[in-house]
Design a protein around this ligand. Structure first.
Ligand SMILES: Cc1ncc(COP(=O)(O)O)c(C=O)c1O
Length: 376
């Protein structure tokens, strides 16, 4: 059997990792400014993570959600404290798309409506409703195109007001820093206005923090830069440092109903252990603060360098976009092949930096040198 060939691949097999470095099968070292697509939060193969996962595997890898799992309770408490949402509830699932599916489902159960507002250039996943709220017609199959969604411009509060005041909107789903959309940021005025409009109309506000959350922006959640509280927050990627896992943080206004939501694998023992190990390391090594400090440093240095082909450098914390005056493809490929450095990308001409949150200033300097080598 062959693999279903949907990924345009670099011809490289990554074999091992440590911190912000990975190595291929030939032993070549790479600097990882991509974090496996924003997934590696505490760094590759952190010893505490390995230790906790190994111990848990030797005890119990999985049991179902039909019995008490004290690790889920521990995780809910630890996460609530870490992010400042102790009065919210946690529902655990397996992937970013699944978290968003459940968030929109819960919103619709809550107010009985079926219409969703989403941002232009939004990305929320590839399954049913998650892909329908994703503003990319190429990945929406006819079966997903069910007319639930209106896409609206970033930071244009009047456009959102016009739709919300029709009174039939179930939920607004927002990435406060758009990832796939090219590191475009929602502003405070828009988000606070949107919060108010949602309150006035019983519309649910969902923040998709799957890429921009979990410390990446230099606060636990990106929306915390904007002084609002969403009704539902979705998390994935960094929560398990590579162990497939996701969750929904649910405001107290939602009442849990037995059987309304469910999953076989979500919140299993190994997944919770991964998430607890991540929180331990984030706290011990102050990685949210590190993301803020090193992110500011990296953005400032990138701007100072005034590199050729760079039109704009933007972002918050360690979620950074470098917009080029040319397609990213050649630059990104040369970064990998010649400079042995992984980065992400967005659209046609944005290099996207999503390193592990343990990136150091020395790593940032190292990246800038490698970037200069391909641009100069
Ligand atoms: C903002 C955002 N939402 C949702 C998703 C979907 O997550 P997953 O691929 O785990 O389903 C992604 C993945 O890149 C994302 O960046």
């Amino acid at each position: 059997m062959n693999l279903f060939d949907v990924y345009p691949l670099f011809d490289i097999a990554i074999d091992r990792g440590k911190g912000c470095k990975v190595w291929d099968e030939t032993g070549q070292e790479y600097l990882d400014l991509y974090g496996g697509h924003a997934v590696i939060s505490i760094g590759h193969c952190h010893p505490h993570y390995i230790d906790m996962m190994t111990r848990q595997l030797n005890k119990l890898g999985f049991y179902s959600n039909s019995v008490i799992n004290p690790l889920q309770q521990q995780l809910a408490q630890r996460l609530g404290k870490a992010c400042g949402y102790e009065d919210y509830s946690l529902f655990l699932v397996n992937s970013g798309a699944e978290a968003n599916e459940n968030a929109m489902k819960l919103a619709s159960f809550y107010n009985g409506r079926t219409r969703i507002l989403s941002l232009e250039k939004a990305f929320h996943g590839r399954t049913s409703l998650a892909v329908e709220v994703t503003n990319n017609p190429k990945i929406i199959a006819p079966i997903n195109d069910n007319g639930h969604v209106t896409y609206l411009p970033l930071n244009d509060l009047n456009a959102w007001r016009t739709e919300i005041e029709k009174g039939d909107v179930c939920a607004c789903i927002i990435e406060c820093i758009q990832g796939v959309g090219g590191i475009r940021m929602v502003n405070k005025e828009f988000m606070q206005g949107l919060r108010q409009l949602c309150d006035e109309t019983n519309t649910i506000l969902i923040c998709d923090e799957i890429q921009c959350g979990y410390g990446r922006s230099g606060k636990f959640f990106a929306h915390q830069h904007l002084n609002i509280k969403p009704d539902l927050i979705t998390v994935a990627k960094g929560i398990g440092n590579g162990f497939p896992m996701s969750g929904l943080l649910i405001s107290p206004k939602f009442k849990a109903v037995y059987g309304q939501l469910g999953t076989t694998f979500g919140g299993n023992h190994l997944a919770c252990t991964a998430a607890l190990a991540v929180l331990d390391v984030m706290e011990d090594e102050q990685l949210v603060e590190n993301a803020r400090i090193v992110g500011e440093y990296l953005i400032e240095r990138l701007k100072e360098e005034q590199l050729p082909h760079v039109l704009d450098t933007r972002g918050v914390g360690l979620m950074i976009g470098v917009e080029l005056d040319m397609p990213y493809k050649e630059i990104r490929t040369r970064l990998v092949k010649e400079q042995h450095c992984f980065t992400g990308c967005s659209g046609t001409n944005v290099i996207r930096l999503l390193p592990p949150l343990c990136l150091t200033k020395a790593d940032a300097d190292d990246f800038i040198q490698r970037f200069k080598n391909v641009l100069l």
